[in-house]
Design a protein around this ligand. Structure first.
Ligand code: HEM
Length: 419
């Protein structure tokens, strides 16, 4: 516990794993954690024994923020979960629908390019603008139009995700959960944030439900699609809370990850200006420890006994930097993907699983498109660091959460290259 306090957990766990092995038990409080740090062990969890490891642990954060874990990311495997995940993959973000949002992405990226060009020669907070662009795209796709209270919703989601990096003591001592949570300031903060986001989402749902006579060209947004599943004759007609939980997944699952990939890639390229291509393994900073899993039954992995209800943490950050699998592992080296072009990120090459794998894999690889904004940022502009900072001195301090963010915003001076 002391090793983990105040550290970057993915780094500390990697250091411990290099001593204790790729399947490492770690008792924290009353919880048996199993830390997985090799492709072979990850494959056992996400493929060979996927069905036994398909649940998520019952944690304070999603219980409060995600409507008692009724969204996709934190729900337990079962009929209801399969139903909402299917709605997500077969209805919400199908290839056709993602394509129909293309104009939204293009418009938002163009707005960003315009804002940058207007700031030519002066310091520009790229981190802030990348995050607001990505959330702006998600909001237009989900809600269809801009609501005046949208910014407040996004900032509450961001604040909640920031809190998700903290270890809630009640999650480590389930037998004393009720008492510990009563004393927790984090719980109170989460409740307050949840109240705010809930009200905003309810207003948006009501607005969608009450408006009549929408013209065809407006197209369907994600709330419209979800509302249809309230009316459909289904074994699981969605309640308003179910819809809100799924919409929240879209924002918290998609917003932070997609933004931080672009932000880190830009920072790495500024640090090493001769590397002008996104290196895929930057994606492993998006969710370095994935989302924890839990096993229903006791089982064995490569001869090691795993007790039931262990908390499984897969350190994809460590796997993506293991010198056993990657040449010059700790260095930003995009060209490695030219040599290993057969490795992809779709959850079959377990040495590279930035989107996870198996039944709990990220359902939205198709919507996760960091390339478009990155290409534009590099095509239109040259970038300089302010205050005579040398490229190699650029600060790369991390801030841990489900997603790793930059601790300090990336502030750069844009010079128009071509418009
Ligand atoms: C570069 C962008 C993205 C990255 C790197 C990423 C990565 C991930 C990872 C690592 C997981 C956990 C997988 C596991 O636990 O095994 C995940 C789950 C998830 N992601 Fe993404 N994601 C991205 C974009 C998106 C987008 C755009 C959306 C939605 C609009 C999304 C929605 C979700 C959902 C709903 C889950 C939960 C899946 C489940 O538990 O069954 N993600 N993502």
């Amino acid at each position: 516990m002391l090793n983990l306090v105040g550290s970057m957990p993915h780094e500390t766990l990697r250091n411990l794993a290099s001593k204790y092995g790729p399947l490492m038990p770690l008792k924290l409080g009353e919880i048996s954690n199993i830390i997985v740090s090799s492709p072979e062990m990850a494959q056992e969890i996400m493929k060979t024994q996927d069905l036994n490891f398909v649940d998520r642990p019952n944690l304070l954060f999603p219980r409060i923020m995600n409507y008692n874990c009724t969204g996709i990311a934190f729900g337990n495997y079962g009929d209801y979960w399969r139903h909402v995940r299917k709605i997500c993959t077969m209805e919400l973000l199908t290839a056709k629908r993602v394509q129909s949002f293309r104009h939204i992405r293009e418009e938002e990226v163009s707005k960003l390019v315009k804002a940058i060009s207007q700031s030519e020669g002066s310091i520009f907070n790229l981190t802030q603008k990348i995050f607001s662009m990505t959330y702006g795209i998600a909001a237009r796709a989900a809600f269809g139009k801009k609501y005046s209270y949208q910014e407040a919703f996004i900032s509450s989601i961001e604040e909640a995700l920031h809190l998700s990096g903290e270890n809630f003591i009640g999650d480590l001592y389930p037998s004393m959960r009720v008492v510990l949570e009563m004393m927790s300031r984090t719980k109170a903060k989460l409740k307050e944030l949840h109240k705010k986001t809930d009200k905003i989402l309810q207003d948006i749902i009501d607005d969608h439900r009450n408006r009549s006579g929408r013209c065809e060209e407006e197209g369907e947004d994600l709330v419209d699609v979800l509302l249809k599943f309230q009316q459909k004759d289904s074994a699981y007609p969605l309640t308003d809370d179910n819809i809100k939980a799924v919409i929240q997944d879209m924002f918290s699952g998609g917003g932070e990850t997609s933004s931080s990939v672009v932000d880190w890639a830009m920072a790495e390229m500024i640090k090493k200006p001769n590397k002008l291509k996104l290196e895929g393994f930057m994606l492993t900073k998006a969710a370095p420890l994935l989302i924890p899993r839990e096993n229903k039954e006791p089982c064995q992995i490569k001869g090691y006994k795993i007790p039931a209800n262990s908390r499984i943490i897969i350190n994809v950050w460590a796997i993506g930097r293991d010198p056993k699998y990657w040449d010059d592992a700790m260095n930003f080296k995009p060209e490695r993907f030219l040599d290993n072009y057969s490795i992809d990120q779709r959850g079959t090459n377990f040495e590279f699983i930035p989107f996870g794998g198996g039944r709990r894999m990220c359902p939205e690889i198709a919507f996760a498109t960091p390339n478009m904004p990155l290409t534009k940022l590099l095509y239109h502009f040259d970038w300089k660091l302010p205050n005579e900072i040398k490229n190699e001195e650029l600060d790369m301090t991390e801030l841990f959460g489900i997603t790793i963010r930059r601790k300090n915003d990336l502030c750069l001076i844009p010079i128009i290259h071509r418009l």
